[in-house]
Design a protein around this ligand. Sequence first.
Ligand code: ZN
Length: 235
Amino acid sequence: MSGELGFLKELGRSDARLRAIEGKLTDLARELDLLERRRQEELDAIQRRKDEHTELLRRASRRAAEVDELDGRVRAYQKKLDEEIISYKEMEHLREQIRLLREKMDTLAEESLSLMEQGESDEISLREEEQQHRQRLARLDEEMARVRRRVSSLEADRAQELGQRESWAQKVPSHIMEHYKRLLEQLPDPLALVKGENCGGCHLRLSETTLERVRAEREVVTCENCSRFLYWSGG
Ligand SMILES: [Zn+2]
């Protein structure tokens, strides 16, 4: 009979180890999740940064195109002034138009130049930021690979432990196993060490009869209060 208790204790230890492995796996899954989120944020941030840069370049080239367009109009008016025979009134009007267009063109050309300069210096900043981004990404990837290796190793441990657990479980008689399973559904520790005259699980005092039966180690004994399997320190 005490052999059954021995198998039961091994089973209990095996389940405790499995629980510890599961706990670690849960923590690692959470860690991996967090790293994956950080990685995505990193990618999103650099994409936003690149989009901003592209938008800046686009504004610069839009301004440049506007300057070109105004320049074209000025040239056309000038050509008309130079080459066509037109009335004095029309001439005055064209001159005024040219003056206004040139004014506008100057402002836009200044803006265009400033935007182009901004674009160039932003390009340099962006290169640096991309470099830093790649370094951060590489660190995150390294970290994720480390976590995944840890997960694989724990999964291998779990597979091995499950095999051992199965071999212990087969040695435990089915009626005891049924009770064990029921306990395991409610408690993390289905086995309890007798401490003095108390159950180590629920801490309640055990009857003299129960204590004697546990000490005798001839049969599998359960606590009359919490139903845990009891074992004696020597066992
Ligand atoms: Zn108890």
